[in-house]
Ligand binder design. Structure first.
Ligand SMILES: Cc1ncc(COP(=O)(O)O)c(C=O)c1O
Length: 389
């Protein structure tokens, strides 16, 4: 085993190893980002790597909402919700979320990462078992690890594997939790929600679904995917404001009793400062816009469908995507980096996604379509891809 006597040696060793494996990450400061176009390094590029699916991050209504809330309440919430940071606008946003998701109540968290790492350990502990989809986001994985529960990862969207694990182990534990995403962040495919509900009922488990990427884009009102199969039956629905809703922070939509339980039990809620007024003001405006500007949703869905079809028909590429997140899987990290670079040379800002974000051998570029894009952007992108692959 390597032994290091100081931090510099250890850090240098780790960075060298990552660099050799083509896994070194670096920051890329933008000097401007407006309506899906970014400026960096003297170049103007179409941004295909943001999660601003509805183009709300620079919408005047969100900016105005943020300004008004800040003028009334100041810049900071001053404390956690359970101290003096519990503002009336937090409750307004929670009611709006509950109505959107079709649940009794909402509860805000500082971010999606904080929501997952707070809620999962609140629901499960040492005597419990968690079943987690293999492709779940890192924040879910970290929540599972923090809970100290026994956990099993089932193969992605593989209900037979999940049921085998439930059959073998469920009865040995006090509580069981099944946790999945409704729309997977790196593959863009959907969870089989009805079947998961059925398994949850049969094996006496709790079901938690992370709708970070579906909220705002899917559903007649932007409520997400779950509503189509019955939001009522899902115990915990999680969503974030930092993606399609153009702001920051996260929420759960739950029953009144689960809300009360979580605000007493989830450590990332209890021991963290409440979201600041400006962020709440922007988030409130974004939820309202889901109703007022449904064309943003239709536009992003239509463009994404066009891209998925053309990838298959014109370039012969299979993508697992069923949504606005469209990965082009190339395998090795080096190939993904090369493709991202060639697309940048052609005017598109695209990031290579490499392990450990995705499993070994499935490095990719993740194209994310937003309502800021046009049919012309999609056509140009396809041409660039055909040259770069
Ligand atoms: C499925 C999923 N859950 C949670 C998060 C974390 O959300 P946040 O960025 O608000 O911390 C992400 C972020 O990408 C995500 O993809």
């Amino acid at each position: 085993m390597d032994s290091f006597e100081n931090i510099t040696d250890f850090v240098n060793f780790e960075l060298r190893s990552k660099n050799e494996a083509r896994l070194l990450r670096s920051l890329f400061p933008l000097v401007e980002s407006q309506r899906g176009v970014i400026k960096t390094n003297g170049k103007t590029l179409v941004d295909l790597s943001s999660n601003d699916y509805l183009g709300l991050a620079d919408h005047p209504a969100l900016i105005e909402g943020a300004k008004k809330a800040m003028e009334k309440w100041g810049t900071g919430a001053r404390a956690s919700r359970l101290m003096s940071g519990d503002l009336e606008i937090h409750h307004r946003l929670e009611s709006a979320i509950a109505a959107l998701k079709g649940k009794e109540a909402g509860l805000l968290f500082g971010s999606g990462y904080l929501a997952n790492t707070g809620i999962i350990p609140a629901l499960c502990g040492r005597n419990d078992v968690i079943y987690s989809d293999h492709l779940n986001h890192a924040s879910i994985v970290d929540g599972v690890l923090l809970s100290r529960a026994r956990f099993y990862r089932f193969r992605h969207n593989d209900l037979n594997h999940l049921e085998d694990l439930l059959k073998s182990h469920r009865s040995r534990y006090r509580r069981a939790l099944i946790v999945v995403e409704s729309l997977y962040s790196m593959d863009g495919d959907l969870a089989p929600v009805s079947e998961l509900l059925e398994l949850r009922g049969r094996y006496g488990a709790m079901l938690m679904i992370d709708e970070a990427h579906a909220t705002g884009v899917f559903g007649a009102k932007g409520e997400g995917i779950i509503s189509q199969t019955g939001a009522d039956a899902v115990d915990v629905i999680l969503g974030t404001f930092g993606k399609a809703l153009g702001g920051y922070g996260a929420f759960v939509a739950v029953s009144n009793r689960i809300r009360q339980f979580l605000l007493n039990q989830a450590r990332t809620f209890i021991f963290s400062t409440a979201l600041p007024p400006a962020v709440i003001g922007a988030n409130l405006a974004a939820v309202k816009l889901l109703d007022e500007e449904p064309e943003r949703r239709s536009r992003v869905c239509a463009l994404a469908s066009e891209l998925r079809q053309a990838l298959k028909k014109d370039l012969g590429l299979n993508t697992p995507s069923e949504s606005q997140i469209v990965p082009v899987i190339v395998g090795g990290s080096r190939s993904a980096l090369n493709l991202a670079e060639s697309l940048r040379d052609e005017g598109f800002f695209v990031k290579a996604i490499r392990p450990p974000t995705v499993p070994e051998g499935t490095a990719r570029i993740r194209l994310s379509v937003t309502s800021n894009h046009t049919a012309k952007d999609v056509r140009r992108l396809l041409e660039a891809l055909s040259r770069g692959l």
